[in-house]
Design a protein. Structure first.
Length: 321
């Protein structure tokens, strides 16, 4: 079986590749930060491709990946190559605006949000939301460039200088204070909850990547290779633990990943401090899993991920035979 791992990040797929190679499988990491394909070439090179494209790629100097990935994934799927987290999933991964639309369609509770594409539109939108509010680039990635504003006047004064990200689109979203400063990420694999983690953070922390949250510190006090591998400095959180979400949150996470065509990914929510209600605010189709998982979770999630990949590759190889 031939397995392709589509990933421009220098570190994120090492653990997954090691797990697959330990099973004697033929694995190729496809770095699409400098890549090309010929649409006339109709050969299937892999029995399955695992799409691990991240919207944070532009924060590592790989902005070309953001839009190239869509064409490449569509090409692979047109050849009949099974893709884990296919092009439909990537479209939701790189657009928080599409995610908000999905929340609205499914009737999922989320913070009041307006989508804009310019400073003037942002100022007008500020009349429609309550403050404090967040400005989030549509193309996210580890919470980069998210800013909080405590008043419409503060936002208006700074609107012209805000970075809306690579596509010039941003979300103005009411800030919901999380109970106990905690957020929850529900990780879904192949239509089932794999695990959930509860993260207690500071109110000004948005750049949270689960793979960096509990890295063992190196001699200089920084996570091993963390700053070299990640798009922004990952600030330390106050606490991270395995969590048992209520059934409502699990069902919502599974439904959202299914509707977004996400085979493996995380759904993040918080419980409002004022009303005790669940607010979903993010969907992620790039799962690096939590660092030091055996300690935090009590098990290693990568073998389960590898099992899903192997089953997909095996089905594909049998069809092609």
């Amino acid at each position: 079986m031939r397995i392709g791992i589509l990933d421009e990040h220098p570190e994120w797929s090492k653990r997954l590749i090691a797990e697959l190679e330990s099973r004697g499988l033929d694995v190729e990491r496809i770095d699409h930060s400098e890549h090309g394909f010929d649409p006339r070439d109709r050969r299937r090179r892999w029995d399955v491709v695992v799409n691990r494209t991240s919207p944070s790629s532009h924060r590592r100097g790989h902005g070309c990946v953001l839009f190239y990935a869509e064409a490449l994934l569509a090409h692979l799927e047109a050849l009949g190559t099974p893709v884990i987290n296919p092009v439909a999933a990537w479209r939701f991964e790189k657009s928080k605006a599409l995610q908000i639309g999905l929340f609205e369609q499914r009737g999922v509770r989320y913070p009041r949000t307006v989508v804009v594409n310019g400073a003037g539109a942002l100022r007008r939108a500020s009349r429609e939301v309550r403050f404090p509010a967040l400005v989030k680039p549509n193309v996210g990635g580890s919470g980069a460039l998210i800013e909080r504003f405590d008043s419409a006047a503060e936002l208006a004064a700074r609107a012209e200088g805000l970075d809306f990200g690579p596509d010039g689109v941003a979300l103005l979203q009411e800030y919901v204070e999380p109970r106990d400063g905690a957020i929850v990420r529900v990780e879904v694999l192949d239509g089932r909850m794999l695990y959930a983690i509860r993260i207690v953070r500071r109110a000004d922390q948005f750049n949270l990547c689960p793979a960096d949250l509990c890295q063992a510190p190196s001699a200089d006090g920084l996570g091993a290779d963390r700053l070299a591998a990640c798009p922004v400095d990952a600030a330390p959180v106050l606490d991270i633990t395995r969590h048992d979400p209520p059934p409502e949150a699990v069902q919502q996470a599974i439904a959202l990943t299914r509707d977004a065509s996400i085979d493996v990914g995380g759904v993040e929510y918080l419980v409002g401090a004022d009303d005790g209600r669940i607010y979903v605010y993010d969907v992620n189709a790039t799962s690096n899993f939590v660092a030091d998982a055996p300690r935090v979770l009590g098990f290693d999630p990568f073998p389960a991920f590898a099992d899903v990949i192997v089953r997909a590759a095996g089905r594909s190889a049998r069809v092609a035979a």
